[in-house]
Design a binder for this molecule. Structure first.
Ligand code: PHE
Length: 345
């Protein structure tokens, strides 16, 4: 029996050496050490031996099993290493291949419009001011000469949080807040931000959109200052050969109030589909700050005057980039947004 065992051991070790891959090693393991293998058989047959022989044989069988197992593990390690080396040899890296492009994000078209306008005004000495989107009725309406029950409030219906707090309908409350803060000092600010109205969404309306408010207050601020400022804005946003015209309009917080049009950048004024065949495109509302608004914020309307204007960022972006539906700005569709890669500057 001892002889048989030695032979088995030799055989198993030889086969382990001969195995050239992990699968073959496993076959050897199953064949010799497995439940149905000869070593297990020998162990099972121990019962038939005499009590003196049993421990001796038991120790021998165990020694053989341990030896074969140890050899098996060693071969596994060697073959695994070999497999890795072979794989590495096969996988060479071609460092001359062109790299994969990393897709870079780009600024949202509305952000770009806001930043361009901010840049222009900062270069003219304006500061950028901000205010809350959840606003007091007082700053959104009352301080702007729109007392409770004023009919002009109907055009700017909004979402009320309480009787006295609402989602602001325009960026004009930042005017009122800044005037209150500056306590009679001169002001030159530009205020971009989100505004809200109870509007049904369609191609040109959105319940949420962006405005940029401008306000200048000081001694001797005149309508001609407003006109010159708006002219610079029109040229910066739509090209140096743009002309502007002011038409009379109404806002409760400005007097006189105007609507500014620019000469059509597509047809140059001859008439086309962009300007609805008028040669002019309506851009923004503006006017001279109403004396009531100045007085309510603590300014002496006999000593100082000012102008204000409000620009819709979406409208500018739609015109500038030829966007036909305002909803494109909000849906985050990368097919729309990625078009602004090329012109990023
Ligand atoms: N706040 C006005 C609006 O939203 C725009 C405006 C601002 C008009 C400043 C005049 C002066 O309609």
């Amino acid at each position: 029996m001892e002889q048989q065992l030695k032979q088995l051991e030799q055989e198993a070790l030889a086969k382990l050496q001969a195995a050239s891959n992990l699968k073959e090693l496993n076959d050897v393991r199953v064949a010799y050490l497995g439940k149905k293998g000869p070593i297990t058989d020998l162990l099972k047959g121990m019962g038939k031996l005499s009590p003196e022989e049993r421990p001796k044989m038991g120790a021998l069988v165990n020694a053989v099993r341990e030896n074969v197992t140890a050899q098996l593990e060693e071969r596994i390690t060697i073959l695994e290493e070999q497999a890795i080396l072979e794989q590495l040899e096969k996988e060479s890296i071609d460092v001359t291949l062109p790299g994969r492009k990393v897709r870079q994000g780009n600024r949202h078209p509305l952000t770009r419009v806001v930043e361009e306008i901010e840049d222009l005004f900062v270069s003219m000495g304006y500061e950028i001011a901000e205010g809350p989107e959840v606003e007091k009725d007082y700053y959104n309406f009352e301080a702007l000469n729109l007392p409770k029950g004023h009919p002009a409030r109907d055009m700017q219906d909004t979402f009320y949080i309480t009787e006295e707090t609402l989602l602001r309908t325009h960026t004009s409350p930042v005017q009122a807040r800044t005037m209150e803060l500056k306590k009679g000092e001169p002001i030159r600010i530009i205020c971009p931000g989100k505004v809200f109205r109870r509007d049904n969404d369609d191609a040109t309306h959105s319940h949420q959109f962006m405005q940029i408010e401008g306000l200048v207050i000081g001694e001797n601020i005149r309508m001609s200052d407003l006109k010159g400022t708006l002219d610079a804005l029109a040229k910066k946003m739509f090209g140096d050969d743009r002309e502007i015209r002011l038409r009379p309009s109404f806002f409760p917080f400005t007097e006189p109030s105007v609507e500014m049009d620019i000469s059509c950048f597509k047809c140059g004024g001859k008439g086309c589909n962009v300007c609805k065949h008028t040669g002019w495109i309506e851009i923004l509302g503006a006017g001279m700050v109403h004396p009531n608004v100045l007085e309510m914020a603590g300014y002496d309307s006999k000593k100082v005057s000012g102008f204000a204007f409000g620009i819709g960022a979406e409208r500018i972006a739609m015109l500038k980039y030829g966007v036909d539906d305002i909803r494109h700005f909000y849906t985050n569709d990368s097919r729309f947004l990625s078009q602004f890669h090329r012109t990023e500057g």
